[in-house]
Design a protein around this ligand. Structure first.
Ligand code: ZN
Length: 264
């Protein structure tokens, strides 16, 4: 059998990209910058060689997280897939950069319920480039830039309004918890980072598609939350507070935007 040697290119690129996503997800939530890697269990600094070869920590001997390995192999699978069937809108290279960005945001949001400002800033620049690249092909230069900016504005605007409503609800709830003699737990119904995230996704997918990304993301996120509440009810672990627990919508918006950019 004659195997095509070029398939090693996406495997290698996928592995390196996986290392980067893991590194960013390890250090950015702690230091907000690309600082030297530390063991997440005992805070001992890793040597770059040990870190990049995924060895266990020399100090506490804890091996690397399941997430680390999962990301490595998901990254290879995604890179091989989009090497063979590149996104029609983005092509392989720009698609790869967007995939890495989505990976970093998703892992950090799932693990810390946070969308960091430095990643949002990077996302805004990437969103502009992707949006203009994608929409200029369809609408010409002026229409392309217009559609990109309008998409960003709509995404940011919808989420900003919802965030304001969420803040009001949180304030009302804090007052009731104080009245009941409980300390305010500062739980936010909707993370502020989602406002920037939907703005970035709006730049990428444009004015028309951002509405579907928003709606499908909310329905998808709500559906999973209902399943979660049912499972809590079944296990009799449900309390009134569970209803108000912050739903990380970020990953659902990203999955929906991913579908729009890569698979449709
Ligand atoms: Zn350690």
């Amino acid at each position: 059998m004659n195997m095509d040697i070029t398939i090693f290119t996406p495997i290698l690129l996928g592995w390196v990209s996986g290392l980067f996503v893991n590194y960013a997800a390890d250090v950015l939530p702690l230091t907000r910058r690309f600082s030297p890697p530390l063991c997440l269990h005992c805070q001992t600094p890793y040597s770059w060689t040990d870190y990049l070869t995924l060895r266990p920590c020399k100090s506490c001997a804890k091996s690397r997280s399941v997430r680390t390995w999962l990301i490595q192999f998901l990254a290879i699978a995604a890179f091989v897939y989009f090497w063979l069937l590149p996104s029609k809108a983005l092509g392989f290279t720009l698609g790869a950069i967007v995939l890495i960005y989505f990976g970093v945001i998703t892992v950090i949001d799932l693990e810390h319920r946070l969308i960091l400002h430095p990643t949002s800033l990077f996302g805004a620049i990437l969103g502009l480039i992707v949006g203009i690249f994608v929409h200029t092909k369809r609408y010409g230069p002026v229409g392309g830039i217009g559609n990109t900016l309008l998409g960003g504005l709509i995404g940011f605007g919808i989420m900003f309004l919802l965030y304001q409503v969420g803040t009001l609800v949180a304030r009302y709830r804090a007052r009731r918890m104080q009245a009941a003699g409980k300390a305010d737990d500062e739980e936010e119904a909707l993370g502020g980072g989602d406002v920037y995230l939907l703005g970035v996704l709006g730049l990428m997918v444009g004015a028309r598609a951002i509405l579907s990304v928003f709606l499908v993301g909310v329905i998808f996120g709500g559906f999973v939350s209902i399943l979660l509440i049912i499972s809590l009810l079944v296990r009799r672990r449900y309390s009134n507070d569970a209803l108000m627990t912050f739903i990380p919508y970020g990953p659902y918006f990203i999955i929906t935007a991913f579908y729009a950019l890569f698979l449709s």
